[in-house]
Design a protein around this ligand. Sequence first.
Ligand code: NAP
Length: 310
Amino acid sequence: MEKRVEIGRTGLRVTPIGFGANTIGAHNLFQNIDEEVSRETLRAALGSGVDFFDSAFMYGLGRSEELIGEILSETGRRSDVVIATKAAHIVTDSGVKLDNSPEFLTDSVDIALKRLQTDYIDLFYIHFPDGVTPPDEAVGALQRLKEAGKIRAIGVSNFSMDTLKAANKDSYVDVVQDKYSLVYPDLEEDMIPYCREQGISFIPYTPLASGLLTGKFTAGNPPQDFRKDRPHFQGQAYLDNIAKVNSLQELADKHGVSIANIVLATTLGIDSIDVVIPGAKSPEQVLANRKTLQADLTSEDVAQVRALFK
Ligand code: NAP
């Protein structure tokens, strides 16, 4: 039986390597998305013991949720897994708007329940703040959905420190999801300590820095897609990152795992991070990331890896 952890104080128990489903059916975010590969990737995740799926309306404009619902229905595994999803975006021909109004969030939960073919969502996040709705009112709407049994835990994502504090005025926030990895550790300064103090679980997104921390990119072989425009993939910063990542090979060999496994295990070594949700574009990547469970890092290993990226 694999080790399970509680996500903060939510009562939701999962194995610590979840699955980030932002490529699943996500035709609006990535090129060449093949839904058959998405299905196979979800089946591989379930088959390998993944029991935590992180989705959002924005991942395929509902298609990620639909495919998760389809595979859980096909396998009869709904009650074995924890599903997280998010909403805030309204997508129209004239662009994208954000909405955190109680009416919008309530409707979004109802629609997500249908797409996921379930009658409860384990963890529901406000995906982005809309800058208009008072954050505590938005979270208050989620608290009512929790009391009604439609959702089991409340999350917020991409909130600034001030917006998070306002959202958590009544201590209803269970989980914060934000961008964090070894190459962008800024939230260690304020958000992660705040979460620790408040008993909130912090779930880092892009824990592999969109693939940079897997060791597969080299100086002469940078990614050719949207990533090449990101600061960590450019110029000297990219070369420095590649050198640091490659230097993890020795530790990876010592533990009999991959560099990506070392990175994910190190991230799990940070207080108030209970689970990680690496994304994957193929069954092979899911299975490779699951092997993190075999990386039994010491606290010295974790400190050494974190120090490398400081
Ligand atoms: P990530 O986990 O840092 O990187 C995932 C990407 O790295 C994959 O799509 C794959 O891309 C590559 N990869 C993964 N495992 C690999 C392996 N073992 N070997 C080699 N390459 C591998 O970034 P992410 O998927 O963007 O973030 C994780 C999750 O966080 C998402 O899936 C989503 O659920 C969530 N998220 C949330 C927000 C938010 O606003 N709340 C924003 C972003 C993400 P390639 O094969 O193309 O290299």
